[in-house]
Ligand binder design. Structure first.
Ligand SMILES: Nc1ncnc2c1ncn2[C@@H]1O[C@H](COP(=O)(O)OP(=O)(O)OP(=O)(O)O)[C@@H](O)[C@H]1O
Ligand SMILES: [Mg+2]
Length: 324
């Protein structure tokens, strides 16, 4: 048995807002083995970023609050760590490529200054070797002419290049675990696929575990060992990639699969999932997906379904499996 590097157990995060409490993550559990790549998939607002940020304790608290649950990294409870232990964990073990590079990179300093700063702080390098390493990392992530670009500022980079800068920055601490949040901005699908390929080659090279966050199940089709599907703050399906693709068990996952643009058919007729994601301030009773689900039964409007093992290592939270 491979040992898990990360365990997320019953993670529940709320934001206390003026309008009331918003439960952004509700009872989410999964674990990731050393070297495993895990895809976290779901529509906008489903709680993917909050889940990822809470692993690194980067959700602002308040307004955020850990209602219950735990995050364990190499068996150590992240929420019991001191601030110093947490800084060390972020500096040398877990790194994140953020969804909005502009919010994570400083516009006032050159890209090189930011990466060398991280190298000097986290790895104790001197100025000269940090600059050399920085240029090496920029070249590794495919930034052309890194010797010149090292002194450029973030606004001088295109969207795709900013993602590469973020990746170089994340790799600078030589992490064992990388969390990559898909950029939602203007990056087109081809650039996304290139970035994902790049991340894949990096995780092999650096022997990292990975969480890759995306809206698009198609993007993780080849890259991930396992997949978790989130809907309205809940994890609704979890399993090995092949199982999820060949044998999806939650109607939402089936909907996501049917809405993937496919290259192997000429069909232009994708089937989007009907309806809209629920309002998280006022979610429906029972299964959050029930208003959009063509199989919805009375119980779906009453009770939140629990995760059940539908095949070895394959879990789904759907009342259709109550009898089986
Ligand atoms: N700092 C915050 N304060 C208040 N609410 C927040 C905060 N961060 C996230 N939320 C809310 O939590 C819910 C989950 O947000 P999250 O960013 O995790 O979604 P997501 O799945 O990453 O979506 P996207 O695909 O658009 O990035 C949303 O309703 C969002 O508005
Ligand atoms: Mg997000």
């Amino acid at each position: 048995m491979a040992e898990p590097i990360l365990e997320v157990e019953d993670l529940t995060i709320e934001f206390q807002l003026k309008r009331g409490a918003l439960r952004a993550v509700d009872g989410v559990s999964f674990s990731i083995d050393r070297g495993e790549t895990f895809g976290l998939v779901g529509e906008s607002g489903s709680g993917k970023t909050v889940t990822a940020r809470s692993i690194m304790r980067l959700v602002p608290m308040p307004p955020g609050e850990l209602v219950k649950g735990a995050v364990k990294y190499e068996g150590r409870d992240v929420y019991s760590m001191s601030d110093a232990e947490m800084r060390e964990l972020r500096g040398t073990n877990i790194a994140m490529v953020f969804q909005e590079p502009m919010s994570a990179l400083n516009p006032v300093f050159s890209v090189g200054a930011q990466i060398t700063d991280a190298l000097r702080t986290n790895l104790g390098m001197d100025a000269k070797s940090a600059r050399e390493r920085c240029i090496e990392l920029m070249s590794l992530v495919g930034i052309p002419s890194p010797e010149q670009r090292v002194d450029s500022y973030v606004h001088e980079f295109s969207g795709g290049m900013r993602q590469r800068v973020m990746l170089a920055m994340a790799l600078s601490c030589d992490p064992n675990f990388l969390i990559a949040d898909e950029p939602t901005t203007a990056l087109d699908v081809t650039i996304q696929a290139t970035i994902l390929e790049l991340i894949e080659s990096m995780i092999e090279r650096f022997e990292m575990s990975l969480i890759f966050i995306t809206h698009n199940l198609g993007v993780v089709a080849h890259a991930c060992d396992s997949i978790g599907v989130m809907y309205a703050s809940h994890l609704v399906e979890l399993g090995k990639k092949d199982e999820i693709f060949k044998n999806p068990q939650h109607p939402y996952t089936v909907g996501l699969l049917n809405s993937i643009p496919r290259l192997d058919t000429q069909s232009k007729y994708l089937t989007p999932i009907k309806g809209l994601v629920c309002n998280m301030m006022d979610p429906p009773k029972g299964c959050k997906f029930n208003p959009r689900c063509e199989h919805a039964m009375d119980i779906c409007r009453q009770e939140i379904p629990k995760m059940k093992e539908v095949a070895p290592g394959h879990f789904a939270a759907c009342h259709l499996h109550d009898q089986s």
